[in-house]
Design a protein around this ligand. Structure first.
Ligand code: NAP
Length: 334
């Protein structure tokens, strides 16, 4: 019988997840039931939200149980279809791939891809969940006006690289926060005007103020933590702060984000802080995807991927992304 090397959740990590929190096991090859697809995995996406899924802490979506196969976004080739609308050989993307070479996914949420339109793994990056997150967090929640300064943290990452380029396309003034000078140099090459290295700045608030001489009108907060505090001190009148993610808290998930309180600053600036969850924009995905694809095909969206090879590397890829060692959208290629 063909075996299926699968990563299981061995225990809930305390602090930063480590390799020992996962277990590689040979499972029997799966088969698709009614409404399902059996898929050969080609690409897996590792994303910060998975930190929440491997914690018992309350979250916006249900988490994994100990012993469950790790799950996340993926792209694969259909081997067996028990779902109308799909056939063997189709290339599909879905959010419920197992970390395994062969996986069963629901036909309800799978999306057929056209490999001629764009590289299929772009459906996990600029044309998928991270691209849509960049699009809606900036354009809908951030409500930017032409010329405004938009500060974006994790700026070279999956979401940040697209947010910065949408800001450039929309004639905004994008400023990057990233964790290395190489990342910042790349951010400038795709249209960020300036950048702040949050790992080397002597005083992060001063560095943000120097990079944003007109102040910050929109802050796309992908990290929380000290970057959040630094950005808040440059917030302009009627500024908009979009809380997209808290990846800087990956090593203390579920604990309070201790830092400065900004209530006086918010009162004085009459700024708005709003949480963001992509699922709230599901009605608008089709139009946003079409716009992202159009920009991509016009050569207006550059993408950078950080690719790890082989199912064995999945936990390593996930952990290095949480630690900020990825440079671009972190993927695993099988
Ligand atoms: N709310 C939603 O619906 C939604 C949807 C998608 C993504 N998100 C959120 O968006 C954020 C970005 O996601 P992504 O997929 O694009 O990840 P990513 O930016 O590709 O990778 C994570 C990045 O976070 C930065 N980072 C890690 N640890 C950090 C720390 N201690 N302090 C500061 N920065 C740190 C690192 O960049 P640097 O070293 O360059 O700073 C790292 O490259 C995440 O917080 C994610 O949860 C939210």
């Amino acid at each position: 019988m063909t075996r299926n090397s699968s990563w299981l959740l061995k225990r809930y990590p305390t602090g930063m997840p480590g390799p020992d929190d996962f277990l590689l096991e040979d499972l029997p090859a799966p088969a698709a039931g009614p409404g399902e697809l059996l898929v050969r995995t080609l690409w897996l996406s590792v994303d910060p939200y998975m930190r929440g899924r491997i914690s018992p802490a309350k979250n916006y979506a249900a988490g994994l149980k100990i012993g469950d196969v790790m799950r996340g976004g993926g792209v694969g080739e259909v081997l067996q279809s028990e779902s109308p609308g799909f056939k063997a050989g189709d290339i599909v993307q879905a959010d419920d791939f197992g970390w395994q070479p062969m996986t069963v996914i629901s036909g309800k949420t799978a999306m057929a891809l056209d490999p001629a339109a764009a590289p299929v793994q772009a459906s996990l990056g600029c044309l998928g969940m991270p691209g849509l997150t960049a699009y809606f967090s900036l354009l809908d929640v951030g409500s930017p006006k032409e010329g405004e300064t938009v500060l974006i943290s994790a700026a070279s990452g999956a979401v940040g690289q697209i947010a910065g380029q949408i800001a450039r396309i929309r004639k905004l003034d994008p400023v990057a926060v990233a964790g290395s000078d190489a990342k910042l140099a790349w951010c400038r090459s795709i249209g960020y005007r300036a950048g702040v290295n949050h790992r080397t700045a002597a005083d992060l608030a001063d560095a943000v103020a120097a990079a944003c001489p007109q102040g910050v009108d929109v802050f796309i907060d992908n990290t929380a933590g000290p970057i959040h505090d630094a950005a808040m001190s440059s917030l302009n009148l009627f500024g908009r702060v979009v809380i997209v993610g808290t990846v800087a808290l990956a090593d203390r998930f579920g604990q309070p984000d201790l830092g400065l309180r900004h209530l006086r600053r918010i009162l004085v600036t009459r700024a708005r802080i709003q949480g963001f969850l992509l699922d709230d924009f599901v009605q608008s995905y089709v139009a946003a995807r079409a716009q992202l694809l159009a920009w991509y095909r016009q050569g207006l969206l550059e993408t950078r991927e950080d690719i790890s090879s082989g199912i064995d590397t999945a936990p390593h890829a996930f952990i290095r992304m949480l630690k900020g060692e990825n440079f671009g959208k972190q993927l695993v290629k099988l």
